[in-house]
Design a protein around this ligand. Structure first.
Ligand SMILES: CC(C)(COP(=O)(O)OP(=O)(O)OC[C@H]1O[C@@H](n2cnc3c(N)ncnc32)[C@H](O)[C@@H]1OP(=O)(O)O)[C@@H](O)C(=O)NCCC(=O)NCCS
Length: 192
């Protein structure tokens, strides 16, 4: 009996989600799966077959490629810039992508990753909160794997095929196919 109830509940959720998608987006995006309490605010452009988990917030000028999976509780906020995420990427739980960020195709972003493509000004004698944001921008190539709890600092370019070890802080550019770990992240190996 409980089993049947579960099946009915799933079918009911699918129908509601399908109707919500039609109501919110027309039939603009094929295969779109939106979780509960998802907020898409501003100029958010999705491609086909995108999945966005519960409680995600996507705000500003953000474009998301085909077959991207965004796990629950991810925040992607571009203001006052733009964020682009290529196709076939996965962004895991609780990660944040903020500021000016460009991510290639086929990237894996583990849980609790923070990618911040902006900095506060830090001149003396003015409150930091009152200083202008600077935005150099972060560029992440194709096929990059970013380990859990990593932070990527503004201005950094991460080459194609690189691996960033769990808990790293990336402060400098990373050559393609490097494996980097630590704080600050340093090359330990190359993918060969
Ligand atoms: C980066 C990583 C892929 C390296 O794996 P590997 O190629 O097998 O590397 P090794 O285990 O041989 O480690 C090489 C050296 O780096 C060190 N190292 C590995 N990962 C590290 C990390 N995250 N932080 C600090 N040092 C690390 C090792 O201790 C070793 O040091 P040593 O040569 O002094 O002994 C792996 O350690 C890692 O961090 N994976 C991410 C896991 C994750 O976040 N998963 C989320 C699921 S999406």
């Amino acid at each position: 009996m409980l089993f049947l109830l579960d099946i009915f509940r799933r079918i009911y959720r699918r129908i509601i989600s399908f109707l919500m998608n039609i109501f919110c987006f027309g039939l603009k995006y094929k295969g779109l799966r939106l979780g509960k309490r998802v907020k898409l605010v501003g100029k958010v452009t999705l491609s086909d077959h995108v999945t966005i988990g519960d409680d995600c917030l996507i705000r500003g000028s953000v474009s998301i490629g085909e077959n991207v999976i965004i796990a629950p509780n991810v925040e992607i906020r571009s203001t006052p810039s733009a964020i682009g995420i290529g196709g076939d990427c996965t962004i895991n739980r609780n990660s944040m992508i903020i500021g000016k960020v460009l991510i290639g195709n086929h990237c894996l972003i583990a849980p609790n990753v923070v990618i911040v493509g902006s900095n506060h000004g830090i001149e003396k004698n003015i409150l930091i909160r009152n200083q202008k944001l600077t935005l150099k921008g972060i560029v992440i190539g194709d096929d990059v794997w970013i380990g859990a709890n990593t932070t990527i600092i503004d201005g950094v370019k991460i080459g194609d095929g690189s691996v960033i070890g769990a808990g790293s802080v990336v402060t400098k550019d990373i050559e393609p196919y490097s494996i980097v770990v630590g704080v600050p992240a340093k090359i330990v190996k190359s993918r060969s």
